[in-house]
Design a protein around this ligand. Structure first.
Ligand code: NDP
Ligand code: 2IT
Length: 460
């Protein structure tokens, strides 16, 4: 910044000018990348007090550097369907930051995938992975491939083609992918199989989220959902609340949603609704998670079919209607921007007490502002859903050590990690003048560790 010395007298103005200047710069540099700009803006807004207190970050151009990925790899993925017709999708891997360890983050297969979505997810991952306290950098990848209505063999052929290209850029000490939307254990195993085929034999620790029978960690499948509930329970506890006896709604019915529901119910909550991208089910008697697992984990079915098993359940077309249901705690666990201002108004009017983000950036800025204005407890994604990647890092450790921890050992470590993340968010929120605001706390605590590592590693 040109005026660093002149404005040093007024640290608040200096910080505001810096944030404003860099945000304008990245808006110009990343035109049309709506989700990426949304994610950066939220972080920038939180970091003002950090720059007022520590102007050396400004001199070191920390925001300009942290918002520019190390590299972005995009590639053609051609594959053949069961009828012999050739299709072309685009593959991505954003290797955003490696100051704390190898690039680490999931792979998403969804038709909406584009550069902006990949970059927002990889950018969020920098701060999330930093918060876990584990030695992992940040990345994200995926494709605009739509796994819906594809045969198992088509999915396998697509993944093999995707990995044939991506395999050149990943490895146990370089970049370690995992799952995300549309990518579960089956797809991770196909990726792993193709990687090993290309590398002349088994290489441990290239992927996480593997099958526990073949090098995966017990507890990884449950980790994101359980971790979200452990984090939310900590937040509720310090406010004299708890899951016990509360009404909960959970969007989505995939990996994160299923295990968030399971743990919330175990802690005494009643989950009354969940959804998929077509619609939602509502059951005043409480959702039966085993049925959801049967439909979604084993059956690849739509949530609509839940009604066939439970006559007390009602199905509604249009998934966003779920936010109009009366609840104490809402857990958005499906996708980005699923709670907009209108949905947030409905939740607030129904006296929601707490929100915990299982998905990545599921609430728009307007929705978050409304929750904060109304004093609703808010657990932000990069802290609340960090349990998934934290257990991924544990899977990497187990692979390196050539040994396996039990489910209970992993679950205990997950609880401890979520506790520590909660404590560091809370104490950063206090230290930087926003006591109890976990959004600010998570952004600052996640930022400080990685920013200091970047400075220690020199100007790059
Ligand atoms: P899954 O693919 O297992 O499940 C996704 C669920 O969300 C499905 O029910 C899906 O419905 C629904 N969904 C997806 N896209 C949309 C959309 N555009 N509108 C409405 N509903 C949608 O993914 P995960 O459970 O793994 O991921 C869910 C969220 O959690 C994502 O934001 C992901 O980035 C985040 N996350 C995941 C982690 C993990 O370990 N898996 C870790 C941390 C965060 P349908 O089947 O109809 O598409
Ligand atoms: O968003 C995420 O944190 C994930 N999809 C999990 C990443 C991982 O490497 O386990």
């Amino acid at each position: 910044m040109s005026n660093l010395n002149e404005t040093y007298e007024d640290p608040k103005k200096l910080a505001n000018d810096y944030v404003h200047e860099v945000y304008s710069l990245i808006k110009k540099r990343n035109p049309g990348e709506v989700e990426f700009l949304q994610a950066t803006r939220e972080i920038f807004d939180s970091l003002r007090p950090v720059f007022s207190k520590n102007p050396h970050y400004i001199r070191d151009g920390i925001l300009e550097r942290i918002t520019e990925p190390d590299r972005i790899i995009t590639f053609r993925v051609a594959w053949e369907d069961d009828q012999g017709k050739v299709h072309v999708n685009r593959g991505y891997r954003v290797q955003f930051n490696s100051d704390l360890g190898p690039y680490k983050g999931g792979i998403r297969f969804h038709p909406s995938v584009n550069t902006s979505i990949m970059k927002f997810l990889a950018f969020e991952q920098i701060f999330k992975n930093s918060l876990t306290g584990q030695p992992i950098g940040a990345g994200k990848g995926g494709s605009d491939f739509d796994p819906k209505n594809k045969s198992e063999r088509e999915i396998m052929r697509f993944v093999q083609s995707f990995m044939t290209e991506l395999s050149k850029y990943i490895g146990p000490d370089l970049d370690v992918p995992a799952g995300d939307i549309g990518v579960g254990r089956r797809e991770v195993e196909y990726m792993s199989g193709q990687y090993n085929r290309l590398h002349g034999g088994h290489k441990a620790g290239v992927f996480t989220g593997k099958d526990p029978n073949y090098g995966g960690s017990l507890g990884r499948k449950e980790a994101t959902g359980y971790g979200t509930i452990y984090f939310a329970e900590e937040m509720l506890r310090v406010n004299d609340l708890s899951f016990k006896g509360s009404r909960v709604i959970v969007s989505g019915s995939g990996n994160v949603s299923i295990y968030a529901m399971e743990k919330a119910i175990e802690l005494g909550a009643k989950v009354v609704a969940c959804s998929d991208s077509s619609g939602y089910i509502y059951d005043e008697n409480g959702i039966n998670v085993e049925t959801v697992k049967l439909l979604k984990e084993e059956g690849n079915k739509r949530i609509k079919e839940y009604k066939k098993f439970h006559s007390s359940a009602k199905y509604f077309d249009e998934c966003t209607g779920i936010w109009s249901i009366n609840c104490d705690i809402a857990l958005p666990c499906a996708t980005q921007n699923e709670i907009d201002e209108a949905a947030a108004h409905k939740l607030v009017n129904n006296n929601v007490k707490a929100i915990a983000e299982g998905a990545n950036m599921p609430c728009t800025k307007e929705a978050i502002d409304l929750f904060v204005e109304n004093g609703i407890l808010f657990a932000p994604a990069k802290a609340a859903n960090a349990g998934g990647v934290a257990v991924s890092a544990m899977e990497m450790s187990q692979n390196s050590m050539r040994l396996n921890w039990t489910f209970d050992e992993v679950d205990e470590k997950l609880k401890q990690v979520m506790h520590e993340i909660f404590q560091s968010c809370l104490s950063a929120s206090k230290e930087y003048g926003h006591p109890g605001n976990l959004i600010v706390g998570a952004n600052i605590a996640g930022f400080l560790k990685v920013a200091d590592a970047m400075i220690a590693h020199g100007i790059r």
